[in-house]
Design a binder for this molecule. Structure first.
Ligand code: NAP
Length: 300
């Protein structure tokens, strides 16, 4: 029971990675709060995390909701030892898309959810964090490499990773540590929010085919990784990549007319992950297809 007496807040703890982390913390004896907007999934998650965890409904893009979350957690449990800034996934009604299909509103909604909310979640939590607290931001392997149609998501996550470095310095005098976890593909309900339910397994298979291990990561594995990152002796760092994966990159690495890059080996007749629209290169013709031929994959 390494976390006995410790208080945690996990945003987006009613689903996927957030739930996996909250469950791992609960198993180590922590108490605290999970959040989400969906009351039904919040209630269900709390049932599994009780008696130590409560659910507080709220939207992380709302400053008032964030203030309420931290005030109410403090009143119930006292100072917060671990904050996991995880809420996000995808923006409903705004599918990931290539630049030609992105509107300003789409851009703003992604940046509000993925980047701005991360920053202000940390800011609003500050008055309630204990000295030496641990903040864990959830980044993404998407921040470290190119993937078709995921530019805004990837840029927002890259900025989140950058935030962690700067915040570590801002919060040094309170000995607050800030770490980032950058998951690869993790098997969560997010895929059912990207494509219709009947296509979910096909989408997941598309990602599995890009992972040398042949499987996606699990929320419970993210829970273990978060436990590792929050431990006081770890200091601050960005922890990249839970699982390596192969991305089809040719269409992003160089335009069709450019000579092939000898460092990028043709390893297979790869396909774009189905459900992800928007290959701006030679694959563009088929970009709405569920199995857009890509031709080459980078071997990273
Ligand atoms: N799954 C992956 O492969 C993967 C890979 C890399 C990074 N990530 C990152 O991991 C985090 C969790 O993703 P996931 O895969 O676990 O997705 P998920 O199962 O869809 O969970 C997303 C969580 O965020 C909450 N949320 C979304 N918008 C919110 C808002 N405006 N206010 C409050 N809560 C909100 C959702 O709850 P409500 O819907 O109830 O609000 C839900 O609890 C995200 O930051 C995601 O970008 C995921």
């Amino acid at each position: 029971m390494k976390l006995h007496g410790k208080v945690a807040v996990v945003t987006g703890g009613n689903s996927g990675i957030g739930f996996g982390i909250a469950e791992a913390f609960k198993n180590e004896g922590a108490t605290g709060t999970i959040t989400g907007r969906n009351q039904e999934t919040l209630d269900r998650a709390v049932q599994e995390l009780r008696p130590g965890f409560i659910g507080i409904r709220g939207d992380v893009t709302s400053g008032a909701d964030l203030e309420h979350l931290f005030q109410a957690t403090f009143e119930r449990f006292g100072s917060i030892d671990t904050l996991v800034v995880n809420a996000g996934g995808i923006v409903e009604g705004s599918p990931m898309a290539a630049i030609v299909d992105v509107t300003e509103e789409h851009y703003d909604r992604y940046m509000d959810l993925k980047l701005k909310s991360s920053y202000f979640t940390v800011q609003k939590a500050l008055p309630f964090l204990s000295e030496g607290a641990s903040i864990i931001l959830i980044g993404s392997s998407a921040a470290h490499r190119a993937a078709p149609g995921m530019t805004i998501y990837a840029a927002a996550k890259a900025a989140v990773i950058s935030l962690a470095k700067g915040l570590s310095l801002d919060l040094l005098d309170r000995k607050i540590r800030v770490n980032t976890l950058s998951p690869g593909s993790i098997d969560t309900p997010v895929f059912g929010k990207i494509v219709p339910q009947q296509q979910v397994e096909q989408v997941k298979q598309g990602w599995k085919d890009l992972i040398p291990l042949g499987r996606m990561g699990l929320p419970a594995e993210m829970g273990k990784t978060a436990g590792f990152a929050r431990a006081r002796r770890r200091g601050s760092a960005a922890y990249p990549l839970v699982l390596p994966r192969r991305y089809p990159q040719r269409c992003l690495a160089y335009p069709p007319s450019a000579p092939p890059n000898p460092k990028v080996q043709p390893v297979s007749q790869g396909t774009l992950p189905p459900g992800y629209a928007g290959c701006p290169g030679s694959c563009r013709k088929g970009r709405t297809s569920a199995s857009t031929p890509c031709g080459f994959s980078s071997n990273r």
